[in-house]
Design a protein around this ligand. Structure first.
Ligand SMILES: [Zn+2]
Length: 426
C-alpha cells in the first residue's frame, strides 16, 4: 500500500485532504506513517516522491484562520512548484478558509465573490498536477476513471405566479398591464390566469409550466432534476408565499415522484443560521413526502444561497442531512470551493470532517443573466459562459451542478440556452 510519511502535526486536516485526493478522486488506498521531516513523502515500491506540507505543518494556520494566502492563488499546473503545499492549498479552498476573514458581504449577508480566479477549478488543477508527478514516478499505478456528471437542480421559490392567487392581486396586475405595460393582451392573459389558477389547471402559468419543461427536457437526455422546495410559508419580502400543504403542491410532489425526479429541501431565508427553523422545515417535508423510518430528506440548498461559513454546515449535519448544494457565489459562476467534485465538508472550528457532503453549485442561471450580477444579457455570451463552465467540469470528471429556476423560462431564448447547455458536448 502507498505510504504517506509526514509529521504528526495537523493530522485531522492531512487525513481529510488525503482522503479526498487519494481515496475519492484517485481511488488509491494509502496509510500514514509518522516521520520527523516536515513534508509529505509518498513511498511505494521502493520509490519516494516528496511534496511540501508547509501550510499543514503549522497549527496556528488552523487556530487563527483568517486572511488571504496569496501563494496559493496559483493557476496553471505548470506554474505550480513543489515549494507550495499543494495539499494544504486543496484544504484551504475546500474549507472556504478565506471566507472566515473580514470579507465583503451583500445585503443578504452573503459573501461577495472577490476571488479573481473563481472560474478556474484550482483544486482540480492541483490534483491533476499531483497526479502527473505520481504517474511519472509510478507509471504502473492506476487511478480511478474520471466520470463526468450533470446535476440539474431547480429551487422552487415560486411554483406559480403569485398574482394569480387572489382577485385583488389579479386586479392590481391587470391595472399594471394597462397603465404600465399598455397591453390589452397582457391584461386578458392576467384575468385568464386567475381563472386558470382557481380551476387548478395552471395551463397559462409560466412558472408552473417551467417545472414541467425542466422534467421534459431532462427526460429526453436520461437525466433527473432535483427540485428544492421551501417548506415554510412567510410574509417577509424574501419568504415563500406557498405552502407545501397546498393542494397544487401535493399534486406536484406526486407528479415529480412518479416521473422519477427528486425532491429536496430549500431552506427558508433565515434557516441558514437557525437549527430550529431548518429542522422544522425538514420535518414538514418528510411528512409531506410520506417518509417514515429510514427514509429521509437527503439534502438541499439554502434560499438565496445564504450561508454562514462554519455555522451552516454544522446545522445541516446536526439535523441529519446528507448533502448540501449551496456553495457557489450568487454574483458569479464558477468554483467557490475550487473544485467541481462532490466532497465531505470540514468544520474548521472543531477541526473535524463532517458527514455532510457538498455538491458545489457551479452555475445559477440568474448569476449569468442578472444585471446586478454578471449581466450577460445577450444570448450568445450567456450560453458561452455556461458551456465554458460545463467544459471545465468535464475536463476533470467533476459534476456540473446547474441551478435553473422554474421561473426562468419566460422567453424563447432562455429555453434555448437551457437546452443547449444540457446538450453541450453530450
Ligand atoms: Zn431560493
Amino acid at each position: 500500500m502507498l505510504k504517506v510519511k509526514t509529521t504528526n502535526k495537523c493530522m485531522t486536516e492531512k487525513k481529510y485532504v488525503f482522503d479526498f485526493v487519494f481515496s475519492e478522486i484517485f481511488g488509491i488506498a494509502f496509510e500514514f506513517e509518522t516521520s520527523d521531516k516536515p513534508e509529505f513523502v509518498l513511498s511505494y515500491c521502493g520509490l519516494e516522491l516528496s511534496f511540501s506540507s508547509e501550510f499543514l505543518e503549522d497549527d496556528t494556520n488552523l487556530n487563527n484562520f483568517v486572511g488571504e494566502i496569496n501563494s496559493f492563488e496559483l493557476l496553471k499546473p505548470q506554474e505550480l512548484t513543489l515549494q507550495s503545499d499543494l495539499f494544504g492549498a486543496c484544504f484551504y479552498f475546500l474549507t472556504c478558509y478565506r471566507e472566515f476573514g473580514d470579507v465583503k458581504r451583500d445585503k443578504h449577508n452573503r459573501v461577495v465573490c472577490e476571488f479573481k480566479q473563481v472560474e478556474t477549478p484550482i483544486v482540480d488543477h492541483i490534483i491533476e498536477f499531483i497526479w502527473c508527478k505520481i504517474a511519472k514516478t509510478w507509471p504502473n499505478l492506476v487511478r480511478r476513471e474520471k466520470v463526468f456528471k450533470m446535476n440539474i437542480t431547480c429551487d422552487v421559490d415560486q411554483p406559480y405566479l403569485e398574482s394569480s392567487t387572489t382577485i385583488s392581486k389579479t386586479i392590481r396586475r391587470m391595472v399594471g398591464d394597462i397603465v404600465k405595460r399598455t397591453s390589452v393582451r397582457k391584461m386578458v392573459l392576467t384575468a385568464l390566469r386567475y381563472l386558470d389558477f382557481k380551476l387548478g389547471f395552471l395551463y397559462f402559468d409560466p412558472y408552473y409550466k417551467g417545472i414541467f419543461y425542466l422534467m421534459d427536457q431532462a427526460e429526453k437526455h436520461g437525466l433527473k432534476i432535483t427540485f428544492y422546495f421551501i417548506c415554510r410559508k412567510g410574509v417577509g419580502p424574501y419568504d415563500a408565499r406557498y405552502s407545501i400543504e397546498d393542494e397544487i403542491i401535493v399534486k406536484l410532489f406526486s407528479i415529480i415522484k412518479n416521473r422519477g425526479h427528486e425532491i429536496g429541501i430549500h431552506g427558508s431565508y433565515d434557516s441558514y443560521n437557525s437549527e430550529i427553523l431548518l429542522k422544522e422545515e425538514v420535518n414538514t417535508l418528510s411528512i409531506a413526502l410520506g417518509y417514515r423510518n429510514e427514509k429521509r430528506v437527503l439534502g438541499g440548498r439554502q434560499h438565496y444561497l445564504r450561508w454562514e461559513p462554519g455555522k451552516s454546515q454544522k446545522i445541516l449535519e446536526s439535523i441529519g442531512l446528507k448533502y448540501d448544494s449551496t456553495l457557489g457565489f450568487a454574483d458569479r459562476v464558477g468554483f467557490r470551493v475550487g473544485t467541481s467534485h462532490e466532497h465531505y465538508m470540514y468544520d474548521l472550528y472543531e477541526r473535524r470532517k463532517l458527514s455532510l457532503r457538498q455538491k458545489p453549485l457551479i452555475v445559477m442561471e440568474c448569476s449569468v443573466f442578472d444585471t446586478n450580477y454578471m449581466g450577460l444579457t445577450d444570448k450568445e455570451s450567456a450560453l458561452r459562459k455556461m458551456c465554458e463552465m460545463k467544459q471545465k467540469c468535464m475536463d476533470f470528471g467533476g459534476t456540473y451542478t446547474l441551478l435553473w429556476h422554474n421561473s426562468s423560462f419566460n422567453n424563447k431564448s432562455q429555453k434555448e440556452i437551457f437546452d443547449k447547455v444540457v446538450r453541450y458536448n453530450e
